[in-house]
Design a protein around this ligand. Structure first.
Ligand code: BGC
Length: 361
């Protein structure tokens, strides 16, 4: 199933075959260019399940291929991530796989990496304003946002002609993360026409990305902002009918604020990452949806890419136009995100083995 989904997006079947062959060889003889090779993996934080899974999956897959792996988390502190990467370069890694905390803080350390001939992969989050990032692996980040916006529009009946008006509040992720604007713009492409038409109303008036962003993607920060919005703009008995939330941790913060204000029926609250606690909320009707991104697949395409590059082969790429990092368009492999709610979580998350059903009890 993973393979099928990957190939739905693949325009370059020839390149795919080359990359798959490269990784197959490496796993058979264990030393197709990989013996003695070192990979440094820099992940942003352990406060969110997905990055723990990403780190674990990447480490296990690289080790299967015979690589020596260093895996580090930087607790959302950009400067700490820079020093972790510096240390990895000093240790002589051949490859860096980096999910950046601050997309603009890495230029200096990546210049050092390039001096040392290290291959640099931006993992899920693009690194900006540097010539020294070679490849990008991620999901279709605009589509993450359109799935969230579309879910709101369909759930409220707007797509079918409901006039509303419905009250909506908007949340986005961290401004230091390049994905944030893709998610937000993708959602606003769908929502803006209804805001302009008056069917959706943002009572707080906060619609600019800078106003709705959430530092460090922190759920507690989002909870505070939602509380302030509710106690400042919803004082005359108005109800919130929808909340655009970009990530499950933020969604749960928002739901806590709504709970605190006595909401018994929740508005349509979106999310992302299919975290266990949010899937429980989806089953209980507290959170409406999440966007599921199979991080197992992301790890697998990343490892295939590294194996190909270190074998002097062309890695499998399916996008060479979308992700300009301010210096160059970074060749990318993008996977498909999937909208998940109470109607399909079983098929998408449990049957696929992404979440263990026992964890939802
Ligand atoms: C990732 C999301 C994640 C968010 C917060 C983004 O860069 O693409 O999957 O929800 O960071 O960790």
């Amino acid at each position: 199933m993973n393979v099928n989904r990957r190939h739905l997006l693949t325009g370059t079947v020839g390149a795919a075959a080359v990359a798959l062959t490269a990784s197959a060889c490496a796993s058979e003889d264990g030393d197709s260019g990989s013996s003695g090779k070192k990979v440094g993996i820099a992940m942003p934080t352990k406060t969110s399940e997905r990055w723990i899974a990403d780190g674990d999956n990447l480490k296990a897959s690289f080790e299967d291929q015979g690589y020596e792996v260093t895996l580090q988390y930087a607790n959302d502190v950009a400067a700490d991530q820079v020093s972790q990467i510096e240390t990895m370069v000093g240790q002589g890694v051949n490859v860096l796989v980096i999910a950046a905390i601050d997309n603009k803080s890495l230029n200096g350390v990546l210049a050092q990496a390039k001096e040392a001939d290290v291959t640099v992969i931006a993992y899920d989050r693009l690194i900006l304003d540097t010539p020294d990032v070679d490849y990008y692996t991620s999901f279709d980040n605009t589509k993450v946002g359109t799935l969230q916006g579309t879910y709101i529009v369909e759930k409220l009946g707007l797509a079918a002609g409901e006039a509303g008006p419905f009250n909506i509040e908007l949340f986005a992720g961290a401004l230091t993360d390049n994905n944030t604007k893709y998610f937000f713009n993708g959602a606003m492409e769908v929502l803006q026409p209804y805001i302009d038409g008056g069917q959706l109303v943002v009572l707080s008036g906060q619609t600019a990305l800078e106003q709705v962003a959430t530092e460090n993607w922190d759920g507690a920060v989002a909870q505070d902002r939602m509380e302030t919005i509710l106690t400042s703009f919803y004082t005359g008995g108005q109800q919130v009918q929808a909340v655009l939330a970009p990530y499950d941790g933020i969604s749960r913060g928002i739901i806590a604020a709504l709970d605190g204000q006595g909401y018994t029926t929740m508005p349509v609250v979106t999310g992302q990452d299919a975290e266990v606690d949010s899937v429980k909320y989806i089953i209980d009707g507290k959170q409406a949806m999440t966007v599921y991104k199979d991080t197992r697949e992301l790890a697998s395409v990343t490892v295939d890419m590294v194996v190909a590059v270190l074998d002097d082969k062309d890695p499998e790429i399916n996008d060479d136009t979308t992700y300009d990092n301010g210096d160059h368009v970074v060749p990318a492999y993008l996977l498909e995100p999937v909208s998940v709610d109470v109607t399909n979580y079983q098929a998408e998350l449990i049957d696929s083995g992404y979440i263990d059903e026992a964890d939802l009890a």
